[in-house]
Design a protein. Structure first.
Length: 261
């Protein structure tokens, strides 16, 4: 009889654990802590939907993933100040789906007009990146090419970085991009990215570039969290996440990095 009673308790505990929705943390913006422990939330941590999160400000947020719920955003409600001065919320009361559709098209033959919109939306710089431009608009040769101009702290003059060409595609190598006069430069010190096209001895500015140059270690950590989350089609989920957060990314290169993890 005691054995049956013990078995019944075990089944109840097991059912309770299995019925909880557990999220894996992908990204934390700001200062967010678990109320019960005071521990700061970090990428890779697993949290139950019954946990209470304490936010440092209404602008803080958490991106997380669950096999059944998909990718979600956890952030304070709009009227947080009037109802909850501590900014403490139970996860199950505040999560909302991260909406967006993944596209594997990459730069997809960028035209003069398309270039502006493509880079205005943002671009996540991986270790290697390829762009495909419309060859009728932008013929490529040794004397016709693209280059990026940007500012770097401690440099009085703007930096001009010519982009190499491979089989009709324009390349942006992260390491080369972050190296000036043989010295490696901290990406956080770079700003004012602009794309130019040079041909017929004329230089034309095409677009301002919203580039996100974050550590590859951080990108790999995000991939690992999504890849091990148990969600279906993890690469497409990863691609969608990157496109929602950063705008555009080279999908082919991202898939290679994803598969190598």
């Amino acid at each position: 009889m005691k054995y049956l009673h013990f078995l019944f308790i075990l089944l109840l505990v097991s059912f309770s654990v299995q019925s909880q929705t557990v999220f894996s943390v992908i990204h934390v913006k700001g200062e967010v802590k678990i109320k019960s422990t005071g521990i700061a939330l970090m990428r890779g941590m697993k949290i139950s939907e019954k946990e209470t999160l304490v936010y440092g400000s209404v602008n803080d947020l958490v991106a997380a993933i669950n096999p059944q719920k998909g990718k979600v955003i956890l952030q304070p409600t709009a009227d947080a100040h009037s109802k909850n001065s501590e900014l403490a919320f139970v996860i199950k009361d505040i999560y909302s789906p991260m909406l967006g559709n993944a596209t594997t098209r990459g730069s997809s033959l960028l035209t003069t007009i398309g270039i502006v919109n493509f880079f205005k939306a943002g671009f996540l710089v991986l270790d290697e990146n390829e762009f495909e431009f419309n060859e009728r608009d932008f013929p490529l040769s040794d004397s016709s090419f693209f280059f990026v101009r940007y500012s770097a702290e401690k440099f009085d003059e703007p930096i001009n970085k010519k982009l190499p060409i491979n089989e009709g595609r324009v390349l942006l190598n992260r390491d080369d991009f972050l190296r000036i006069d043989g010295n490696e430069i901290d990406a956080s010190t770079l700003s004012n990215f602009e794309l130019f096209y040079f041909a017929d001895n004329m230089t034309n500015k095409l677009a301002n570039m919203e580039l996100y140059i974050i550590p590859m270690k951080e990108i790999n950590e995000v991939i690992d969290v999504i890849k091990t989350s148990g969600i279906d089609n993890p690469f497409m989920e990863c691609l969608q996440y990157m496109q929602i957060i950063y705008g555009n990314v080279d999908p082919s290169r991202l898939e290679t990095i994803f598969n190598e993890r």
